[in-house]
Design a protein around this ligand. Structure first.
Ligand code: M6R
Length: 359
């Protein structure tokens, strides 16, 4: 129930700290060890490549998951759009393992891939929010997101839950391989820190609302740019903005903009820069300068340790592998307020359904 909330989306954004804590409870023990079916861990440890299959927001979460999984497990990860993979299957590795990401567990595009991989006898795991859903029943294994019902068409808490559960899974597999970067990673602690940081960001929602009024009131289009995980967050941030506010938005790899898309920058075009990675921060700032000199209006979302005084929104520092879980929060609120201010129905955007059951 949305109770006192005007829209489900706002409630679901607010749910995220509790979801992070629930995931810690469900998937770790009191000593901070991961609690995940041993068979899943064995199968993944034995595989030579993980294929993540998903659509939309789940696909965007998959990219963040790839970064975490590769770091912790040393197993290469490929992320694919279900609707492409099904009909143009790439050459597979010798021992592939498939992870299907789907909030609803009912997405037809993803299901048709699962049907094919099952026919090939390949092992599969579904991460879903809905117990007993089609993708859950038909895969070999399921891990639930424990995000609680997600009603708004725009997915928010399922995105952060998917990343958090993938991080727990990465830790479980990494530990089983005695991988130092995994052994050193206290996932229960880090996700608890994340929960508190998300709360602190949500507490600033009225600041975000005002910034949105200032930056997005009349714009036709907008860009999100970043590198690495900040790029993956940019893809999700722009999907969120376009699907509910109808502002044409693109998420771009910051360094790629100058290879063509920079032509779209006009006087006052809003460009959101996501900066949470020490090794690329200076480069992304360089790219922001480039667009600024062509008239763009920059809006920087930066981690505290990398922030400058002129940045529009600063996020407290968290574990470097998990920054997406916090940098996405202001962008969800940006999409929410942009939509509210334009007078559209936040929860039910035009032309869209909550779960897409046709290919
Ligand atoms: O239920 P799923 O996670 O399989 O759904 C995939 C996409 O349809 C979904 O994430 C969609 O992109 C959302 N409306 C995005 O907010």
């Amino acid at each position: 129930e949305k109770g006192a909330y005007p829209y489900y989306m706002l409630k679901e954004i607010d749910d995220q700290p509790a979801v992070m804590r629930r995931i810690v409870q469900e998937y770790t023990d009191t000593l901070g060890r991961t609690v995940i079916d041993e068979d899943i861990i064995k199968q993944i440890t034995a595989s030579d490549r993980i294929y993540v299959i998903a659509c939309g927001t789940s696909y965007n979460a998959g990219w963040v998951g790839k970064a975490i999984l590769e770091k912790m497990t040393n197993i290469p990860v490929e992320v694919h759009l279900s609707s492409e993979f099904g009909y143009n299957m790439p050459l597979l590795s010798d021992n592939p393992f498939f992870i299907f990401l789907s909030q609803s567990g009912e997405t037809a595009d993803s299901r048709q891939v699962l049907v094919q991989t099952s026919e090939l006898g390949l092992p599969s795991l579904t991460l879903t929010n809905v117990a007993g859903s089609t993708l859950s029943r038909e895969a070999d294994y399921t891990l639930l997101l424990h995000a609680g019902p997600e009603i708004a068409v725009a997915s928010t808490k399922a995105y952060t839950a998917q990343i958090a559960v993938l991080a727990v899974l990465a830790k479980a597999v990494g530990d089983s391989k005695a991988n130092p970067s995994s052994l050193d990673f206290d996932i229960a602690h880090e996700l608890s820190v994340i929960a508190t940081v998300i709360e602190s960001i949500i507490a600033e929602k009225m600041t975000i609302s005002q910034l949105v009024e200032d930056y997005l009131a009349t714009t036709r289009n907008a860009f999100y740019i970043g590198r690495g995980v900040d790029y993956y967050v940019s893809m999700e941030a722009s999907l969120k903005l376009k699907e509910i506010s109808y502002i044409q938005a693109e998420g771009f790899a910051a360094g790629e903009l100058k290879h063509g898309t920079i032509a779209l920058i006009e006087e006052m075009t809003p460009v959101f820069g996501v900066i949470t990675d020490k090794k690329t921060a200076a480069h992304t700032r360089g790219n922001l300068k480039e667009v600024e000199s062509r008239g763009a209006r920059n809006f920087v979302i930066a981690l505290s340790s990398l922030a400058k005084e002129t940045d529009q929104f600063v996020i407290p520092d968290v574990h470097p592998l998990l920054t997406a879980l916090v940098s996405i929060i202001p962008t969800q609120l940006i999409a929410y307020f942009a939509t509210l201010q334009r007078g559209y129905d936040v929860d039910k955007p035009r032309n869209l359904a909550k779960s897409v059951t046709v290919e």
